[in-house]
Design a protein around this ligand. Structure first.
Ligand code: ATP
Length: 263
């Protein structure tokens, strides 16, 4: 049998990530189908969609927490199943809502975890950790020796971002990382993260169900519905989209505006 990915050549040369005819089934249930898109290097793609639309499942196909049941996902031109999984994940930082910090490790040790697994010299790890804490706005002298439970939720998320950046992976996956934060801290982190992403030139895939967050962060918005990608456009184009699900999301922005104008 001809493997599915051999039937079709990738359409976008040089993409950081590419989905070619991707489908994903769990048992006999189709969770994703017909995914064809590329994420260019340095792009911030926000996957937007209702709860259960398939955003997280799509993201997990990139770092091979899942593998497609049809089609293929390529990272830097190579099909995920052809990568050595450790090498693949070295290319990809991963930030999730619950940060996954180790509670019994200091912030310094948490952030330096991946470099230490890669056998960096302790001096180099320390310098890198301090550089990263500075980068995400946490004073190293104040925070390096603390434990995760001695930080606020927003500070922990900053540590989560620092940790994902530690070994300088070209790609970052972020699954609702700011979801549990208060709205002010959340906006602050979104804006800072957008600046950071542009400065560092990372390729970012960011999952959210919050359209406002999508507009702050995205160079393109990918709207998912029932396991399909129904829109893939810049925020400016998205605002003019006539696609029904895009309209539904845009209405929530307008509702917010009209509530504000009545205040
Ligand atoms: N391993 C699995 N087996 C069966 N169904 C699953 C599995 N993983 C996810 N699903 C289902 O697939 C659908 C998509 O889930 P997914 O987590 O990708 O959605 P999502 O858009 O990220 O949602 P949310 O915003 O709520 O996190 C959901 O209906 C979910 O219940």
């Amino acid at each position: 049998m001809v493997p599915n990915d051999a039937k079709r050549e990738p359409t976008f040369a040089g993409a950081a990530v590419e989905f070619v005819d991707v489908g994903f089934m769990a048992g006999d249930r189709s969770l994703l189908s017909g995914l064809n898109f590329a994420i260019q290097s340095g792009e911030a793609l926000v996957l937007l969609g209702r709860s259960g639309s398939g955003k997280t499942t799509t993201m997990k196909l990139i770092n091979r927490l899942l593998t497609p049941t049809s089609g293929s996902v390529r990272v830097q031109g190579k099909i995920t199943t052809e990568w050595d999984v450790i090498q693949l994940r070295r290319q990809i930082g991963y930030v999730i809502q619950e940060t996954g910090l180790f509670p019994h490790f200091t912030i310094e040790r948490n952030v330096g975890l991946v470099p230490s697994l890669q056998n960096w010299q302790p001096k180099r790890i320390k310098a890198r950790v301090h550089e990263l804490l500075d980068l995400v706005g946490l004073e190293p002298a104040q925070f390096a020796d603390r434990y995760p439970n001695q930080l606020s939720g927003g500070q922990r998320q900053r540590v989560g971002v620092a940790r994902a950046l530690a070994a300088d992976p070209p790609i970052l996956l972020m699954d609702e990382p700011f979801g549990a934060l208060d709205p002010i801290t959340r906006l602050e982190l979104q804006q800072e993260f957008r600046r950071l992403q542009q400065e560092l030139g990372k390729t970012v895939v960011f999952v959210t169900h919050d359209i406002q967050e999508a507009f702050v962060l995205a160079s393109r918005i990918g709207l998912m519905q029932d396991g399909r990608l129904v829109v893939l456009e810049t925020p400016e184009e998205f605002l003019r989209s006539s696609e029904p699900e895009a309209q539904t999301f845009l209405k929530t922005l307008r509702t917010l505006d009209s509530v504000r104008s009545k205040e």
